[in-house]
Write a protein that binds this ligand. Structure first.
Ligand SMILES: [Zn+2]
Length: 327
């Protein structure tokens, strides 16, 4: 018998229009509230512990079960999501990358988001990137700018071609040290020189995470440095996983039957083997689908993005219905 579970994935959730970065790809707080209204009307929001018990055959989920997941440890989640969930009596599952919280360093992925949110013209950013590549081409044996543009400039699920180009190039497309240097330079030029203060505003603190946990929210692993784990050696994968587990232990979270949320959705067979050895029970991917606990590998559960679901009960019109039926 099938056991469907709609796992919803959230990232930034904030009062976007009145915030300092209204162009950030974030979920407007009122839309989040509207989506919770919708979910509470049409689904039964379950706790992560229920899902773990169900995977272990100790319980079964109610019909129309939904699970709420929040990636990346943003302070947004503490300030806006947490109070709302508490008020509604719902549990959320939160996945903070250890190093961002512990070391107060802004992850490259976040630097890229805020660079994009800080400029009006993507073409200006592309010109800046190309000039940077020109000055490093010889030293690093880089391809022509046109070759990179051809390779990475195509639409993605969430971004127009030029934005997708910037993200792909800056996340994966260049040699690691050069990539990091370029991201830093752009962040300092377009966003801020004070990375530490920015990190303090962007990520939850250890104490805030403890408070979430003590209030019944669920905390799981999102790795240490928010790496593409499928690109790492077995040893580096171990370091990532073990660092994130010791971080969770520090927060008071039990590390038996724990949950992994893959940064960028990246995993490979080597990583899955390691996770099994370390007692990981569930893994959350970014594959887009409704999970079925009776069929899916529990380490490879798909999720829906918040944008795949209606943002209010009222807006649940034919278009939204068609979208939901399609999924
Ligand atoms: Zn992430």
């Amino acid at each position: 018998m099938s056991q469907p579970l709609t796992i919803v994935m959230y990232h930034y959730v904030r009062p976007l229009r009145t915030s300092r970065y209204p162009a950030l790809k974030a979920l407007e707080l009122t839309d989040f509230e509207g989506q919770l209204d919708y979910l509470q009307r049409h689904y039964r929001v379950v706790r992560m512990e229920d899902v773990i018990a169900s995977v272990k055959g100790e319980a079964s989920l109610p019909e129309n079960a939904a699970l709420l997941t929040f990636d990346d440890g943003y302070r947004d989640h503490y300030e806006h999501v947490f109070p709302s969930l508490v008020e509604r009596g719902l549990q959320g599952s939160f996945f903070p990358p250890a190093c961002a919280v512990r070391e107060r360093r802004v992850l490259d992925v976040n630097k890229i988001h805020f660079v994009l949110a800080s400029i009006d013209e993507t073409s200006l950013l592309i010109d800046t990137v190309f000039r940077f590549l020109d000055t490093h081409r010889e030293q690093y044996g880089l391809d022509d700018n046109d070759a990179y543009y051809q390779r990475y400039c195509h639409e993605s699920r969430y971004d127009d071609p030029d934005v997708a180009f910037i993200k792909r190039l800056l996340q994966k497309g260049l040699p690691e040290t050069l990539r990091a240097e370029l991201v830093d330079e752009l962040f300092h030029r377009f966003v801020t020189e004070d990375e530490r203060a920015f990190a303090d505003e962007l990520y939850m603190s250890v104490n805030e995470l403890r408070e979430l946990h003590e209030s019944g929210m669920y905390l799981g692993s999102h790795g240490d440095r928010h790496e593409w784990l499928n690109t790492l050696s077995g040893e580096a994968q171990q370091r990532e996983i073990d660092a994130s587990l010791s971080f969770l232990a520090e927060l008071g979270v039990q590390t038996t039957d724990w949950v992994m949320c893959y940064p960028y959705g990246g995993y490979n067979p080597l990583l899955l083997e390691l996770l099994r050895l370390r007692g990981c029970t569930l893994g959350l991917t970014v594959n887009v689908d409704i999970a079925d606990l009776s069929e899916d590998d529990p380490l490879l559960l798909p999720r829906l993005d918040t944008n795949d679901l209606p943002m209010s009960c009222v807006s649940y019109d034919m278009a939204d219905r068609a979208k939901c039926d399609h999924l």
